[in-house]
Design a protein around this ligand. Structure first.
Ligand code: LHQ
Length: 255
C-alpha cells in the first residue's frame, strides 16, 4: 500500500499500522485520517489478516489534530472544521468502533486530543511505560470529539472523566492503568511484541462469533456512537467558531 503518513507491515496474521510523522508527533491531517481509513478498511476485508495494531513512531502515539493545518484553514468557513469532523474524524471513529476485527492501540508515547480519542476507540490499549495521556481539548477551549465524550467516561468512569476533561492534566502510564484507560503497561522494548500477542490472542477464537461478540460489546458498552458524534460535532463547531479558538491555536503555534 503506497501511503505517505502510514507504514503498513504484517506480523503473522496481524497488520501493523505505524504513524510515521514523528517530527509532528504523528498529528492528524486530513490526509492522515484518509490514509488510516483506507488501511483499516483494506485490513478488514483481507482474509489473510485477523487483527490490527496501531502504533506511533518516535515519541508520540499521536498529538491529535495537526495544529498547523488548523492555522492554515482558519480563514475557511467554520475553519474547515465542518468537513474535518464530518468527513474525517467521524467516519474514522465509526470504522474503529464498529470494526469486526480487533484493533489494538500500542501507545508508545503521548496520546493527546483526537490521538487519545482514537486510542480509546480501539478494542484494547497496551501502553509503554513512557506513554502519557492528555485530553488537550480544553487547552484550545474545545470539547471532546471523535467519540471521546462517550469512550472516556465508559473506560474510566463518569466522575473521573469529567475531572480529567476539566483539569486537562497529562497522566502517565501507571495512572492510566489504575484508571482503566489502558489494559496493560510494558517496557518500551516489549510494546510491539505485547500488542501483537494481544491482537493475535483476541483474534484466535472463531472469527464469526468474535465479530458478533465485538459488535454486541461495542453497542452495549458505548451506546450510540453516531449520536455522540453528532452532539460533539455541533458543540465543537460552536467552539471553533469563537474568536478565542483562533487566538489560542495561533498562540500555541507561535511558541
Ligand atoms: C505538533 C502537535 C500538533 C502539529 C506537537 N500538531 N505539531 C480539534 C479541532 C477541530 C476539529 C478537529 O478536532 C480537534 C481534535 C483535537 O485533537 S484538538 C487537540 C489538538 N492537539 C493539541 O492541542 C496538542 C498540542 N500539543 C501539545 O500539547 C504538546 O505538544 C504535547 C502535550 C502533545 C506534547 O508535549 P511535549 O512532549 O512537550 O512535545 P512538544 O510540545 O515539544 O512537541 C514536539 C513536536 O511536535 C513539536 O515540534 P518542534 O518542531 O517544535 O519540535 C511540536 O510543534 C509538534 N507537535 N503537537 N497537534
Amino acid at each position: 500500500m503506497d501511503l505517505a503518513a502510514l507504514s503498513v507491515s504484517r506480523i503473522d496474521r496481524v497488520n501493523l499500522l505505524t504513524l510515521v510523522r514523528a517530527e509532528r508527533y504523528n498529528a492528524f491531517t486530513r490526509a492522515v485520517l484518509a490514509e488510516l481509513r483506507v488501511a483499516i478498511e483494506a485490513t478488514l476485508t483481507d482474509d489473510a489478516v485477523d487483527a490490527i495494531v496501531l502504533v506511533g513512531s518516535g515519541r508520540a502515539f499521536s498529538a491529535g489534530q495537526d495544529l498547523d493545518e488548523l492555522v492554515a484553514e482558519l480563514d475557511l468557513p467554520a475553519g474547515g472544521n465542518d468537513t474535518r469532523l464530518r468527513a474525517g474524524y467521524g467516519p474514522l471513529a465509526e470504522l474503529l468502533h464498529g470494526a469486526a476485527k480487533p484493533v489494538v492501540a500500542a501507545v508508545n508515547g503521548v496520546a493527546a486530543g483526537a490521538g487519545l480519542a482514537v486510542a480509546c476507540l480501539c478494542a484494547t490499549r497496551v501502553a509503554s511505560t513512557s506513554a502519557t495521556f492528555a485530553p488537550a481539548f480544553g487547552d484550545l477551549g474545545l470539547v471532546p470529539d471523535t467519540g471521546a465524550s462517550l469512550t472516556i467516561p465508559a473506560l474510566v468512569g463518569r466522575a473521573r472523566a469529567l475531572r480529567w476533561f476539566a483539569d486537562g492534566r497529562r497522566i502517565g502510564a501507571a495512572t492510566a492503568l489504575a484508571w482503566g484507560l489502558v489494559d496493560a503497561v510494558v517496557e518500551p522494548d516489549d510494546l510491539l511484541e505485547e500488542a501483537v500477542r494481544t491482537a493475535s490472542r483476541l483474534a484466535s477464537r472463531d472469527q464469526r462469533s468474535l465479530a458478533e461478540t465485538m459488535e454486541l460489546v461495542a453497542r452495549a458498552r458505548d451506546g450510540d456512537l453516531s449520536a455522540a458524534l453528532g452532539r460533539e460535532t455541533a458543540e465543537q463547531l460552536a467552539a471553533t467558531s469563537r474568536p478565542e479558538f483562533s487566538e489560542l491555536v495561533r498562540s500555541l503555534r507561535r511558541r
